[in-house]
Design a protein. Structure first.
Length: 232
């Protein structure tokens, strides 16, 4: 089960943070590390800080985009250290761990961490079903990347150890790749009907993504909407 929980690091600047994140993962039983467009690929410093987690580091998958890293995931949670202009469905650390463990039996799930200095972009956060913020000291809330990874991996492990207490997930949700195709088709349709002006799209699609994320349609519901409302 834990093998299908992905820890995704986006555009990481310091290779030491990659190694430290790998170590944090292994201490909690996680092994699936994805690196999205790292500034530098793992090197000797990463290996040194990974300590006994060299296997996690060696098996890390390097991809160019976040979309590629989460395309086959049914649940994606993005970490954010600050509130955004347009609020997104939020989870606390404990709720995040429980949700990832509950849904991983159905499909791969992912927890996404952004850049050390600026986190995830709004466009990257829009590819996540939920956002998650660690409620750190508001007077000094700066967390090292590896420390944030360790905190969330701990919550995942605690949820995993208590997994028998959760009800079985009955709903089947669409994978991220299916959702992105739906959003692209929806945007194209809205442009054709002049609901969206192509050169001045505004925030329509952002708000629609928020709407669907709050509703979290099941696979059958999304297919109904795509087939009968969007296509026609």
């Amino acid at each position: 089960m834990l093998e299908n929980i992905r820890i995704i690091l986006v555009n990481t600047s310091h290779t030491g943070n990659i190694g430290s994140a790998a170590r944090a993962m292994k201490t909690m039983g996680l092994s699936s590390l994805y690196l999205v467009d790292p500034v530098h690929e793992p090197d000797g410093q990463a290996s040194a800080l990974a300590a006994g987690a060299g296997d996690v580091l060696a098996n890390a998958k390097i991809v160019k985009t976040l979309e590629e890293a989460v395309s086959d995931c049914g649940l994606v949670v993005g970490t954010s250290a600050r509130s955004r202009t347009h609020s997104w469905p939020m989870l606390g650390p404990r709720e995040c761990g429980e949700k990832l463990v509950q849904e991983v039996e159905k499909y791969p799930v992912a927890l996404v961490f952004g850049r050390e200095n600026s986190g995830l972009t709004n466009e990257e956060l829009q590819q996540c079903h939920f956002h998650m913020c660690i409620p750190a000291n508001p007077e000094y809330s700066s967390l090292n990347l590896a420390a944030a990874v360790q905190t969330l991996c701990y919550e995942i492990r605690m949820a995993y150890l208590s997994k028998d207490a959760y009800p079985e997930l009955e709903n089947e949700y669409p994978l991220n790749d299916d959702l992105e195709r739906f959003y692209n088709h929806l945007e194209s349709t809205l442009q054709k009907t002049n609901f969206i002006v192509k050169n001045h799209p505004g925030m329509v699609m952002t708000k629609l993504r928020r709407l669907f994320n709050r509703a979290r349609p099941e696979s059958r519901e999304l297919n109904i909407f795509a087939r009968y409302f969007v296509v026609n």
